[in-house]
Design a binder for this molecule. Structure first.
Ligand SMILES: Nc1nc2c(ncn2[C@@H]2O[C@H](COP(=O)(O)OP(=O)(O)OP(=O)(O)O)[C@@H](O)[C@H]2O)c(=O)[nH]1
Ligand SMILES: [Mg+2]
Length: 255
């Protein structure tokens, strides 16, 4: 979520971004917050590109960016390059930047060291400062039963504790299946107001250093694609341009 306070006489704009593994309820959480079916829910891997949706809530315009996820315990180098680009691009889809970032963690599945490392690696695509703006949003709250979220955090062999500490102990629980309980959304919005105050109402942006790294990686990848085009040119008939682009696409997406 990204929230920023606008110029006089215009409505306030709140901006939010949702990240995390595939099937971690990112789209469901976005729909619950906006109070309507804005994002497609289903799966697996329903969301492959960033999506931006708006809704007016409490006299504010709220913008939510839904991002593609990653396979839950895969290291970042196994995530397709296209998904990494989309994750980085998400920051620019709600200019000047998100007021808060929601990291969805489904409590229905265990959160061990490999999952934690994957979360850290993928979040670092947005730079180290991203944690100052992040709230852990535990989803599948209906699976908690009689257990409290604090008990659940303690149970998970310190890794959930490490994660919440990284986010300044900011967390919230959602049952995305319960669309009638709006208090879960209201309470989340209050926590977002708090994080904004903690950050002096500043939004999250990529640092110049992260931008430069991003740009360098893009140039490197484009050069690799160019090399493949040149090397493939000899192997196909001059008029058959389709195989070249197909091979390049595969190289770009699957690396
Ligand atoms: N019981 C329960 N099911 C949920 C909850 N949140 C999401 N689901 C279900 O989990 C599945 C995945 O939810 P999505 O919102 O599509 O997850 P996503 O992270 O956007 O997944 P992709 O975009 O496909 O990577 C759907 O079948 C949802 O109905 C929840 O809080 N409780
Ligand atoms: Mg989705």
């Amino acid at each position: 979520w990204w929230w920023h306070y606008s110029v006089e006489n215009t409505p306030n704009f709140d901006r939010l971004e949702i990240m995390r593994t595939s099937w971690a309820s990112r789209s469901s959480a976005g729909n619950l917050i906006l109070g309507k079916e804005s994002f497609e829910v289903g799966g697996p891997r329903t969301t492959v590109c960033c999506n931006v949706k708006n809704a007016a809530l409490d006299e504010k315009l709220l913008t939510v960016v839904d991002t593609p996820g990653w396979y839950y315990n895969y290291p970042v180098e196994k995530t397709p390059e296209m998904d990494k680009l989309e994750i980085r691009r998400s920051v620019h889809l709600c200019a000047p930047g998100p007021n808060a970032i929601l990291l969805t963690i489904p409590i229905a599945i265990s959160y061990d060291r490999t999952v934690h490392t994957a979360v850290e690696e993928h979040m670092s695509l947005l730079g180290e400062k991203v944690w100052n703006h992040t709230i852990v949003l535990f989803t599948w709250g209906d699976c908690l039963g009689d257990t409290t979220i604090e008990e659940r955090i303690e149970k998970e062999d310190k890794h959930l504790e490490l994660l919440t500490e990284k986010c300044g102990n900011r967390y919230h629980v959602f049952n995305c299946k319960n669309h009638t309980d709006r208090t879960q959304v209201t309470e989340l919005l209050e926590k977002i107001e708090e994080i904004m105050m903690e950050n002096n109402n500043s939004h999250y942006t990529l640092t110049e250093e992260t931008w430069k790294k991003h740009e360098d990686e893009l140039i490197e990848r484009m050069l690799e694609v160019a090399v493949v085009i040149i090397s493939l040119k000899g192997s196909y008939h001059a008029n058959s341009s389709f195989p070249f682009s197909l091979e390049c696409y595969k190289l770009f997406v699957n690396r």
